[in-house]
Design a protein around this ligand. Structure first.
Ligand code: NAD
Length: 476
């Protein structure tokens, strides 16, 4: 592919030195190549976004909403093609790729509505003091850099693009080098809708391109989703310029199962929480805390359920779980299997890479994992579940909170009062009670502690791209 970067409303060839190879993980083979953007092209993209800002921020809220609805409609029209591309490049099972597409459509539709409501948010502020009036005005933050990872590329980009455009910001998006094709759709849709040139720019590339964007002095804000190590570099670049950042980082989330659960139902939730997207989720519930009274009934059922999962190529087979998305991720997960063997962990299911073409691993369960094990404390980003038993509610809360991350948690209990109490005590950004990975565009997304800064989705996602201005007038 030659013209893979969308800058100032034009498709251009990459002039960087890196060649990006795009692979089909189920086969472990490349199927496309593109040249990365150069640092000069990142400059051009930021300049284009800067040039487009004065006009775009004055465009009426209803016009911005119409563009966002256009994105939702065109994504829907390209449904089949976008689902296949995610199955091919991410290795997602069909039903997961469908849900991602629906999520992206819903995100654009939701922020279209919020964009329309924007004028009513500019309002008078009653003052106790006499002699003055005051009003609030919500303004776009300005030019925003958006850097995203590869695990939910269509969705993660939608979660940033839709609220940023709704708020009146102009953007430069840098997709992951592992999945650079799907986000080109957003540039193609912008073209088809006649979105003013420079409002949305897309530059593809690896770390060099990301660093050129995140350290660019032409940005007003950077919104990053990805690993903690890169997140901290991005934050350092922002701090050099005292510029705001939103960071959506990693997780090592707990699923807490109390004695009063139906073990078969609990197994369904646990399996979904660790095998969806082959466990390559920031929100994977990868630490299972199971109460003593149900553990002996639950663990054998869980082992059987994981071993029964159909793992294979989503394009040619009916599967429950596909491959890992990249060879690097496959090697990383395999290295954790080796660590587990070195640590002498008790493996109840899986624990190995599959002996077949492609980047497959088996769904894995380790039991009675010590609290100081690397597998209990580190984000693995694969279908690897670690389990520990607990006796009391207090112990479960303490163990769940004993993590440097704080993204999500799931609580499973028939006692809803207890479930709500535990949910309130967990130090995370989102808790699911008797459900897993249920994400709605109206609710917030983001973590506490090492899982990040700021929130996406809902009205919070929009306010991340807004700046509050007050105008105070003396009447005297
Ligand atoms: P990553 O940090 O390696 O890469 C993320 C993006 O940053 C990519 O586009 C990459 O090219 C870019 N990048 C790499 N080096 C850079 C640099 N020096 N400066 C600027 N940009 C740079 O992450 P990944 O492997 O793509 O994704 C997996 C990680 O993302 C996991 O840790 C996961 O938990 C996290 N994640 C978090 C959320 C969330 O909402 N909290 C969602 C999805 C993924």
């Amino acid at each position: 592919m030659t013209t893979s970067h969308y800058i100032a409303g034009r498709w251009v060839e990459g002039q960087g030195s890196d060649c990006i190879s795009v692979s089909e993980p189920a086969l472990g083979l490349p199927f496309a190549e593109l040249m990365a953007a150069s640092v000069a092209q990142v400059d051009q993209a930021v300049a284009a976004a800067r040039d487009a800002l004065p006009t775009w921020k004055k465009v009426s809220a209803s016009t911005r909403a119409a563009f966002l609805r256009g994105f939702a409609e065109q994504l829907g029209q390209r449904r089949a093609e976008l689902i296949t591309l995610q199955m091919r490049n991410n290795g997602k099972p069909r039903h997961e790729a469908e849900i991602d597409l629906d999520d992206a459509v819903a995100t654009f539709a939701y922020y279209a509505e919020l964009a329309e409501q924007l004028p009513s948010k500019n309002r008078d502020v009653p003052l106790a003091a006499a002699g003055f009036t005051a009003r609030t005005r919500l303004e776009p933050v300005g030019v925003v850099g958006l850097i995203v990872p590869w695990n939910f590329p269509l969705v993660t980009s939608a979660w940033k693009l839709a609220p940023a455009l709704a708020a009146g910001c102009t953007v430069v998006l840098k997709p992951s080098e592992v999945t650079p094709l799907i986000e080109q759709t957003y540039g193609q849709i912008a073209d088809a809708l006649g979105l003013p040139a420079g409002v949305l720019n897309i530059v593809n590339g690896k770390a060099e391109t990301g660093a050129a964007l995140s350290s660019h002095n032409g940005l007003d804000k950077l919104s990053f989703t990805g690993s903690n190590s890169v997140g901290s570099q991005v934050m350092r670049s922002a701090s050099a310029q005292c510029r705001p950042v939103t960071l959506e980082l990693g997780g090592k989330s707990a699923i807490v199962v109390f004695d009063d659960c139906d073990p078969d139902q609990a197994v369904e939730w646990i399996v979904a929480g660790i095998t969806w997207n082959a466990g390559q989720m920031c929100s994977a519930t990868s630490r299972l805390l199971v109460q003593d009274g149900i553990a002996d009934a639950l663990l054998p059922r869980l082992q059987a359920a994981l071993e029964k999962l159909r793992v294979g190529n989503p394009l040619t087979e009916e599967v429950d779980m596909g491959p890992l998305t990249s060879q690097a991720q496959w090697l990383k997960v395999a290295s954790y299997f080796a660590t587990a063997r070195e640590e002498g962990l008790q493996c109840l299911a899986g624990g190995q890479a599959l002996d077949r073409e492609g980047w497959f691993v088996s769904p894995t369960l380790y039991a009675d994992v010590p609290k100081d094990s690397r597998l209990w404390t580190e984000e693995i980003f694969g279908p690897v579940l670690c389990a520990r038993r607990f006796a009391t509610e207090e112990q479960a809360i303490a163990e769940a909170n004993d993590s440097r991350f704080g993204l999500v948690a799931t609580v499973c209990s028939a006692d809803l009062e207890r479930a709500e109490r535990v949910a309130d005590a967990l130090e995370v950004g989102h808790v699911w009670i008797n459900s897993v990975q249920a994400v709605f565009v109206e609710t917030s997304w983001g973590g506490t502690k090492g899982s990040g800064i700021g929130r996406e989705l809902g009205p919070w996602g929009l306010s991340g791209y807004q700046s509050v201005k007050h105008v105070t007038r003396c009447l005297g």
